[in-house]
Design a protein around this ligand. Sequence first.
Ligand SMILES: N[C@@H](CCC(=O)N[C@@H](CS)C(=O)NCC(=O)O)C(=O)O
Length: 235
Amino acid sequence: MRYDGSSKQNREGMPVKLYSLPLSPFAARVRAVIHAKDLDVEIVQAPADWARSPDYRALNPLGRVPVLILDDGTALPESGVIVEYLEDAFPSPPLRPTGAADRARVRLITQIAENYVTTAMMPLFGLLDAKHRDHAAVSAQFAKFDEALGQLEPLLAPGRYAFGDRLTTADAWLTPMRFAIGGLMAFAGRPDLLADHPAIAGYDAVAKADPHLGQVWTEMEEGLKLFMSRRAVEG
Ligand SMILES: N[C@@H](CCC(=O)N[C@@H](CS)C(=O)NCC(=O)O)C(=O)O
Protein backbone atom coordinates (compact mmCIF):
# COMPACT_ATOMS: atom_id res chain seq x y z
CA MET A 1 0.00 0.00 0.00
CA ARG A 2 1.22 3.49 -0.77
CA TYR A 3 -0.04 6.30 1.38
CA ASP A 4 -0.73 9.42 -0.66
CA GLY A 5 -0.16 11.86 2.20
CA SER A 6 2.77 14.20 1.82
CA SER A 7 4.58 14.18 5.15
CA LYS A 8 7.57 11.96 5.84
CA GLN A 9 5.85 10.77 8.98
CA ASN A 10 2.92 9.52 6.91
CA ARG A 11 5.17 7.43 4.72
CA GLU A 12 7.34 6.05 7.47
CA GLY A 13 4.99 6.07 10.45
CA MET A 14 3.09 3.36 12.24
CA PRO A 15 1.00 0.80 10.34
CA VAL A 16 -2.52 1.95 9.53
CA LYS A 17 -4.94 0.12 11.82
CA LEU A 18 -8.66 -0.49 11.72
CA TYR A 19 -10.36 -1.24 15.04
CA SER A 20 -13.16 -3.52 13.98
CA LEU A 21 -15.70 -6.08 15.17
CA PRO A 22 -16.55 -8.96 12.84
CA LEU A 23 -20.32 -8.54 13.19
CA SER A 24 -20.47 -4.74 13.13
CA PRO A 25 -22.17 -3.68 9.87
CA PHE A 26 -20.31 -0.36 10.14
CA ALA A 27 -16.89 -2.01 10.43
CA ALA A 28 -17.82 -4.53 7.72
CA ARG A 29 -18.32 -1.71 5.19
CA VAL A 30 -14.82 -0.48 5.80
CA ARG A 31 -13.37 -4.00 5.61
CA ALA A 32 -15.09 -4.48 2.23
CA VAL A 33 -13.24 -1.44 0.90
CA ILE A 34 -9.92 -2.51 2.46
CA HIS A 35 -10.26 -5.96 0.86
CA ALA A 36 -11.38 -4.58 -2.51
CA LYS A 37 -8.41 -2.19 -2.64
CA ASP A 38 -6.06 -4.80 -1.16
CA LEU A 39 -4.81 -2.26 1.36
CA ASP A 40 -2.14 -3.05 3.88
CA VAL A 41 -4.28 -2.08 6.85
CA GLU A 42 -3.93 -4.03 10.07
CA ILE A 43 -7.45 -5.08 11.07
CA VAL A 44 -7.59 -5.50 14.83
CA GLN A 45 -10.39 -6.52 17.13
CA ALA A 46 -11.71 -3.63 19.27
CA PRO A 47 -10.75 -4.38 22.90
CA ALA A 48 -13.30 -6.47 24.82
CA ASP A 49 -14.31 -3.52 27.02
CA TRP A 50 -14.29 -0.98 24.16
CA ALA A 51 -17.73 0.44 24.99
CA ARG A 52 -16.58 1.56 28.44
CA SER A 53 -12.82 1.71 28.07
CA PRO A 54 -11.22 5.12 28.71
CA ASP A 55 -8.24 3.92 26.65
CA TYR A 56 -10.47 3.24 23.67
CA ARG A 57 -12.19 6.61 24.11
CA ALA A 58 -8.78 8.28 24.19
CA LEU A 59 -8.09 6.62 20.87
CA ASN A 60 -11.53 7.39 19.46
CA PRO A 61 -13.44 10.15 21.27
CA LEU A 62 -16.68 9.00 19.63
CA GLY A 63 -16.28 5.68 21.48
CA ARG A 64 -17.68 3.69 18.58
CA VAL A 65 -16.48 0.96 16.25
CA PRO A 66 -14.97 1.24 13.67
CA VAL A 67 -12.10 3.69 13.85
CA LEU A 68 -9.17 3.93 11.45
CA ILE A 69 -5.86 4.97 12.99
CA LEU A 70 -3.68 6.58 10.36
CA ASP A 71 0.07 6.11 10.29
CA ASP A 72 0.60 9.50 11.97
CA GLY A 73 -1.70 8.39 14.81
CA THR A 74 -4.74 10.41 13.67
CA ALA A 75 -8.04 8.69 14.54
CA LEU A 76 -10.67 8.68 11.82
CA PRO A 77 -14.06 7.50 13.11
CA GLU A 78 -17.39 6.98 11.25
CA SER A 79 -17.59 4.27 8.61
CA GLY A 80 -18.83 6.63 5.87
CA VAL A 81 -15.98 9.06 6.50
CA ILE A 82 -13.42 6.23 6.54
CA VAL A 83 -14.73 4.81 3.25
CA GLU A 84 -14.57 8.23 1.57
CA TYR A 85 -11.06 8.75 2.96
CA LEU A 86 -9.85 5.39 1.64
CA GLU A 87 -11.37 6.10 -1.75
CA ASP A 88 -9.65 9.52 -1.88
CA ALA A 89 -6.30 8.34 -0.50
CA PHE A 90 -6.15 5.09 -2.49
CA PRO A 91 -8.08 5.74 -5.69
CA SER A 92 -7.08 2.50 -7.40
CA PRO A 93 -9.11 0.46 -8.04
CA PRO A 94 -11.88 3.07 -8.01
CA LEU A 95 -14.98 2.07 -6.07
CA ARG A 96 -17.02 5.02 -7.30
CA PRO A 97 -18.27 5.42 -10.87
CA THR A 98 -16.95 8.38 -12.86
CA GLY A 99 -19.93 10.60 -13.71
CA ALA A 100 -21.60 12.90 -11.16
CA ALA A 101 -25.05 11.43 -11.76
CA ASP A 102 -23.76 7.85 -11.37
CA ARG A 103 -21.90 8.78 -8.19
CA ALA A 104 -25.10 10.33 -6.84
CA ARG A 105 -26.92 7.09 -7.61
CA VAL A 106 -24.33 5.05 -5.68
CA ARG A 107 -24.61 7.46 -2.74
CA LEU A 108 -28.40 7.26 -2.89
CA ILE A 109 -28.24 3.47 -2.54
CA THR A 110 -25.88 3.77 0.45
CA GLN A 111 -28.08 6.43 2.09
CA ILE A 112 -31.26 4.41 1.71
CA ALA A 113 -29.53 1.23 2.90
CA GLU A 114 -28.21 3.10 5.94
CA ASN A 115 -30.83 5.69 6.87
CA TYR A 116 -33.96 3.74 6.12
CA VAL A 117 -33.34 -0.02 5.84
CA THR A 118 -30.66 -0.51 8.52
CA THR A 119 -32.22 2.11 10.82
CA ALA A 120 -35.58 0.33 10.63
CA MET A 121 -34.02 -3.14 11.00
CA MET A 122 -31.73 -2.75 14.01
CA PRO A 123 -34.44 -2.06 16.65
CA LEU A 124 -36.18 -5.28 15.58
CA PHE A 125 -33.45 -7.43 17.14
CA GLY A 126 -34.00 -5.78 20.54
CA LEU A 127 -37.80 -5.80 20.24
CA LEU A 128 -37.83 -9.51 19.35
CA ASP A 129 -35.37 -10.36 22.11
CA ALA A 130 -37.29 -8.55 24.86
CA LYS A 131 -38.40 -10.65 27.84
CA HIS A 132 -41.96 -9.39 27.40
CA ARG A 133 -42.43 -8.90 23.70
CA ASP A 134 -44.49 -5.85 22.68
CA HIS A 135 -46.30 -7.36 19.69
CA ALA A 136 -47.77 -4.05 18.51
CA ALA A 137 -44.32 -2.43 18.54
CA VAL A 138 -42.85 -5.43 16.68
CA SER A 139 -45.48 -5.27 13.91
CA ALA A 140 -45.14 -1.48 13.61
CA GLN A 141 -41.37 -1.83 13.26
CA PHE A 142 -41.71 -4.64 10.69
CA ALA A 143 -44.05 -2.36 8.69
CA LYS A 144 -41.43 0.44 8.73
CA PHE A 145 -38.75 -2.05 7.72
CA ASP A 146 -40.86 -3.36 4.83
CA GLU A 147 -41.51 0.20 3.64
CA ALA A 148 -37.76 0.89 3.63
CA LEU A 149 -37.06 -2.32 1.71
CA GLY A 150 -39.65 -1.16 -0.83
CA GLN A 151 -37.69 2.10 -1.24
CA LEU A 152 -34.40 0.30 -1.86
CA GLU A 153 -35.69 -2.50 -4.10
CA PRO A 154 -36.36 -0.44 -7.28
CA LEU A 155 -32.81 0.95 -7.20
CA LEU A 156 -31.30 -2.53 -7.57
CA ALA A 157 -31.18 -4.96 -10.47
CA PRO A 158 -31.68 -8.64 -9.54
CA GLY A 159 -28.49 -10.70 -9.59
CA ARG A 160 -26.21 -7.67 -10.09
CA TYR A 161 -23.85 -5.52 -8.08
CA ALA A 162 -25.49 -2.52 -6.41
CA PHE A 163 -24.60 -0.33 -9.36
CA GLY A 164 -23.32 -1.40 -12.78
CA ASP A 165 -21.15 -4.43 -13.36
CA ARG A 166 -18.56 -4.05 -10.67
CA LEU A 167 -18.10 -3.49 -6.98
CA THR A 168 -18.75 0.08 -5.78
CA THR A 169 -18.96 1.62 -2.33
CA ALA A 170 -22.71 0.89 -2.44
CA ASP A 171 -21.86 -2.84 -2.23
CA ALA A 172 -19.89 -2.15 0.93
CA TRP A 173 -23.20 -1.01 2.46
CA LEU A 174 -25.43 -3.67 0.92
CA THR A 175 -23.33 -6.66 1.94
CA PRO A 176 -23.54 -6.25 5.74
CA MET A 177 -27.12 -5.01 5.41
CA ARG A 178 -28.11 -8.16 3.50
CA PHE A 179 -26.19 -10.37 5.94
CA ALA A 180 -28.07 -8.79 8.86
CA ILE A 181 -31.42 -9.26 7.08
CA GLY A 182 -30.62 -12.99 6.81
CA GLY A 183 -29.92 -13.00 10.53
CA LEU A 184 -33.21 -11.23 11.20
CA MET A 185 -35.13 -13.72 9.03
CA ALA A 186 -33.70 -16.59 11.09
CA PHE A 187 -34.07 -14.82 14.46
CA ALA A 188 -37.66 -13.73 13.78
CA GLY A 189 -38.65 -17.03 12.10
CA ARG A 190 -39.75 -14.94 9.10
CA PRO A 191 -38.28 -16.50 5.92
CA ASP A 192 -40.89 -14.50 3.97
CA LEU A 193 -39.42 -11.09 4.83
CA LEU A 194 -37.94 -10.53 1.38
CA ALA A 195 -40.70 -12.21 -0.63
CA ASP A 196 -41.71 -8.90 -2.25
CA HIS A 197 -38.13 -7.69 -2.73
CA PRO A 198 -36.42 -10.09 -5.16
CA ALA A 199 -33.34 -7.96 -5.90
CA ILE A 200 -32.54 -7.59 -2.19
CA ALA A 201 -33.37 -11.27 -1.63
CA GLY A 202 -30.93 -12.39 -4.33
CA TYR A 203 -28.17 -9.98 -3.32
CA ASP A 204 -26.71 -12.55 -0.89
CA ALA A 205 -25.59 -14.64 -3.88
CA VAL A 206 -24.00 -11.57 -5.52
CA ALA A 207 -22.05 -10.76 -2.35
CA LYS A 208 -20.90 -14.33 -1.77
CA ALA A 209 -19.73 -14.70 -5.39
CA ASP A 210 -17.44 -11.66 -5.18
CA PRO A 211 -14.08 -12.47 -3.54
CA HIS A 212 -13.91 -9.26 -1.49
CA LEU A 213 -17.55 -9.06 -0.47
CA GLY A 214 -17.49 -12.83 0.05
CA GLN A 215 -14.61 -12.38 2.47
CA VAL A 216 -16.67 -9.88 4.47
CA TRP A 217 -19.63 -12.27 4.38
CA THR A 218 -17.46 -15.08 5.78
CA GLU A 219 -16.04 -12.78 8.48
CA MET A 220 -19.57 -11.88 9.52
CA GLU A 221 -20.62 -15.55 9.56
CA GLU A 222 -17.68 -16.35 11.82
CA GLY A 223 -18.55 -13.36 14.03
CA LEU A 224 -22.14 -14.58 14.28
CA LYS A 225 -21.05 -18.10 15.23
CA LEU A 226 -18.87 -16.68 17.99
CA PHE A 227 -21.67 -14.39 19.18
CA MET A 228 -24.14 -17.29 19.29
CA SER A 229 -21.76 -19.58 21.16
CA ARG A 230 -21.06 -16.84 23.75
CA ARG A 231 -24.77 -16.18 24.08
CA ALA A 232 -25.43 -19.88 24.66
CA VAL A 233 -22.80 -19.94 27.43
CA GLU A 234 -23.93 -16.67 29.04
CA GLY A 235 -27.62 -17.56 28.68
N1 LIG B 1 -22.26 6.11 12.56
C1 LIG B 1 -21.25 5.17 13.03
C2 LIG B 1 -21.96 4.08 13.80
C3 LIG B 1 -20.96 3.13 14.45
C4 LIG B 1 -21.63 2.32 15.54
O1 LIG B 1 -22.69 2.69 16.08
N2 LIG B 1 -21.00 1.21 15.88
C5 LIG B 1 -21.49 0.41 16.96
C6 LIG B 1 -20.81 -0.96 16.96
S1 LIG B 1 -21.51 -1.99 15.72
C7 LIG B 1 -21.15 1.11 18.23
O2 LIG B 1 -20.03 1.57 18.36
N3 LIG B 1 -22.07 1.18 19.18
C8 LIG B 1 -21.78 1.76 20.45
C9 LIG B 1 -22.89 2.57 20.98
O3 LIG B 1 -23.97 2.54 20.37
O4 LIG B 1 -22.68 3.24 21.98
C10 LIG B 1 -20.46 4.62 11.86
O5 LIG B 1 -21.00 4.62 10.74
O6 LIG B 1 -19.30 4.22 12.04
